[in-house]
Design a protein around this ligand. Sequence first.
Ligand SMILES: NC(=O)c1ccc[n+]([C@@H]2O[C@H](COP(=O)([O-])OP(=O)(O)OC[C@H]3O[C@@H](n4cnc5c(N)ncnc54)[C@H](OP(=O)(O)O)[C@@H]3O)[C@@H](O)[C@H]2O)c1
Length: 231
Amino acid sequence: MKIGIIGAGQIGGTLTRRLTKLGYEVYVANSRGPGSLANLAKETGAKAAQVREAARAGEVVVVTIPEGKIRDLPKDLFAGVPKQTVIIDTGNYYPRQRDGKIADIEAGMTESRWVANQLGRPVVKTFNNIYAQHLLELGRPAGSPGRIALPIAGDDARAKEIVMRLVDELGFDAVDAGSLDESWRQQPGTPVYASDFDAEGVRRALAEASKARTPQFRATENSPGTFAQPA
Ligand SMILES: NC(=O)c1ccc[n+]([C@@H]2O[C@H](COP(=O)([O-])OP(=O)(O)OC[C@H]3O[C@@H](n4cnc5c(N)ncnc54)[C@H](OP(=O)(O)O)[C@@H]3O)[C@@H](O)[C@H]2O)c1
């Protein structure tokens, strides 16, 4: 299977390393272009690609760039990409430190629903609640005691199933976390966020989550970009 990865930072770089080791043909892109990815390509055997090429490359495409930068992606990025292509969103909204204010999210839209709207395509949300380093190092074979589990949210059962298989191959249990509109249960500040629970723990944490955003993950008037954006 071919996989496109848009974003080659902590998560994109980690997925490039892990997925090429599993034998996937990976096309990885960043904002600066393929030349800047020569080392990663050499290390992993992945193909350094343009963003548009990565969007068209795979049966699965992972979008893993800072939330605030999603708006910088070409508006027609997925035009002509087959409907059955599965798009994974790993993103988290950090208004204070990084992303600035995104009004729809502040008003209660789930982060991944907002990303799906921006991309004009359905997404499956996963990999957002695990540290990149743990994604790199803590995968274990199925059945290992304490195997870390990852929540997977989305509206398309087939797409979710494909992502769940991928997560399992990477060494993590996959827990169905419901629809995209329920994906607030795995956003920053929730019990499952950065917790490395096993499957039972993830189910419990999702059930115990509260929908209100915690203050540290809400924009303030000092958040970067808050006044620079159109209302
Ligand atoms: N770090 C973690 O442990 C972690 C864990 C779970 C989820 N996440 C979430 O996953 C997302 C990615 O996080 P990260 O830590 O991997 O970010 P990161 O290390 O800062 O890397 C960001 C990547 O996005 C690329 N990028 C930015 N704007 C782009 C654009 N317009 N077109 C193409 N590529 C673009 C950057 O390319 P250039 O360098 O060329 O600009 C860079 O490769 C974030 O939403 C983050 O909150 C992170």
